[in-house]
Design a protein around this ligand. Structure first.
Ligand code: MBD
Ligand code: FE
Length: 291
């Protein structure tokens, strides 16, 4: 990937690059919104606008505040931080509604840093990483099954996570393409084994517009350490999740509200590494949506 030199600290370059990359990624990968039903648009847009009106009346919002909002909204787009803003403060409720019928594994938000088609690793392997990649090695075993208990041979497990400094390949500059990203294929028993490193707690970029909002409101920018995953198999609903580590102080105040107790791992020390056991139970595609 080629990086434009940005004046200022390395962190400045990183946040600007991450925002622009996330916006570009979304434009390339998602085809949402093309044929929205006008009745839904009318209903939903009207309700959201009316909710803003209610807030303005209830709190007697001033012109200064209105102009501060206008200026901030413009800068979110300039920074490419709409994906970050939406995925941090809105997506968790969309995910909740979208998956409330499920009987299998709990999921959570995708966030802004997924890249499809990461390198294939077979059923057992190590995520692509640099020589001497920092972080405790982690050996993760698991099985993919259907809600009926049937193992799902050939299920895909896509994994991506930040490095020990909280940076994602393909979004932050200076990290090799596909670093800490890979796709595993469960064996004939639905089993997989993934070797990686334990990621660190993570701060969303603080020098862009989302960071300005966080600072102005007196919030914090932390997410707990997490491993992103998508598990999928023919005839089953795609599961998007994140796995967390026990004892992380941000499990209870994640800025993105994406932690669920079912997604917290139980790592066991094993000499120079840790082991984790975590599998996925996928819901069959429902009859009415199968066609
Ligand atoms: C992340 O790594 C993330 O997972 C989310 C949801 C938002 C910002 C950065
Ligand atoms: Fe993340």
């Amino acid at each position: 990937m080629s990086d434009t030199t940005v004046a200022g600290t390395n962190e400045t370059a990183t946040a600007a690059k991450s925002g622009a990359s996330a916006t570009e990624r979304f434009r390339t990968d998602k085809k949402a919104g093309a044929q929205a039903d006008p009745e839904r648009v009318n209903l939903l847009a009207r309700e959201v606008i009316e909710a803003v009106h209610d807030t303005i009346r209830r709190h007697k919002v001033t012109y200064d505040e209105y102009n501060a909002l206008k200026s901030w909204l413009i800068s979110v787009g300039d920074d490419g931080e709409w994906p970050l803003f939406l995925d941090v403060w809105i997506e968790h409720v969309v995910e909740e509604v979208a998956t409330e019928h499920r009987e299998g594994n709990k999921g959570t938000i995708e966030g802004p840093y997924y890249v499809p088609n990461s390198p294939e690793q077979g059923a057992k392997g190590t995520l692509p990483m640099r020589d001497g990649e920092s972080g405790t090695p982690l050996v993760w075993t698991g099985k993919v099954t259907s809600t009926s208990g049937q193992p799902l041979a050939g299920a895909k497990v896509e994994v991506w996570h930040a490095d020990a400094d909280g940076f994602y390949s393909q979004f932050a500059p200076g990290i090799p393409e596909w670093n800490l990203r890979g796709t595993f294929t469960a064996d004939e028993n639905g089993d997989f084994e993934i070797t990686t490193i334990r990621p660190a707690p993570y701060q969303i970029p603080t020098d862009g517009s989302c960071g300005k909002l966080i600072a102005a409101a007196g919030w914090h920018a932390w997410r707990p350490a997490h491993i992103h995953v998508k598990a999928s198999a023919d005839g089953h609903e795609l599961l998007t999740a994140q796995l967390y580590f026990p004892g992380d102080e941000h499990n209870s105040d994640d800025i993105a509200s994406a932690v669920k107790p079912e997604l917290i791992l139980d790592p066991k020390p094993a000499g120079d590494h840790e082991t984790i056991e975590y599998g996925f139970v996928l819901d069959p595609v429902r009859a009415e949506s199968a066609a």
